[in-house]
Design a protein around this ligand. Structure first.
Ligand code: MN
Length: 133
């Protein structure tokens, strides 16, 4: 199962994310703060990274700039998950290095489709859709 690093400081949001990602057929790995996020991004080789923007001490914008400067992580899709809705926020997210963004609150299908856009549909959910022979 593809590993997805989830950077999110809110416990309830994290719990929802884990539930959804597992149900989609991914293996979520949690980071509640920036330091853990950077450490895990370098050690677990995630297929994709979902990143909150408002984090304690350090913004998701700063995290994406750092991770996208690492050669081995440059091509790992990073999707911002954020309540930022001001005009110009989208441009700031993309300029900082995010490949895409999802607004909070989001529909589960929006999250699933955004991840599938980068990774394709995971094998687990393909199996679930395929009747046994
Ligand atoms: Mn937050």
């Amino acid at each position: 199962m593809p590993k997805i690093l989830v950077i999110e400081d809110n416990a309830e949001n994290m719990e929802l994310m884990l539930y959804l990602l597992k149900s989609f057929g991914y293996r979520p790995v949690m980071a509640f703060d920036a330091a853990t996020a950077v450490e895990l991004a370098l050690s677990i080789a995630p297929a994709l990274i979902l990143c909150d923007i408002n984090l304690p001490g350090r913004s998701g914008l700063s995290i994406v700039r750092e991770l996208k400067s690492v050669p081995s992580l440059r091509h790992v899709p990073m999707v911002a998950v954020t309540a930022m809705t001001m005009e110009g926020d989208a441009a700031r997210l993309l300029n900082a290095g995010f490949d895409a963004y999802i607004g909070k609150p989001f529909e589960p299908e929006t999250l699933r489709a955004q991840i599938a856009h980068f990774l394709g549909t995971p094998p687990a959910s393909m199996e679930a859709d395929t009747p046994p022979c």
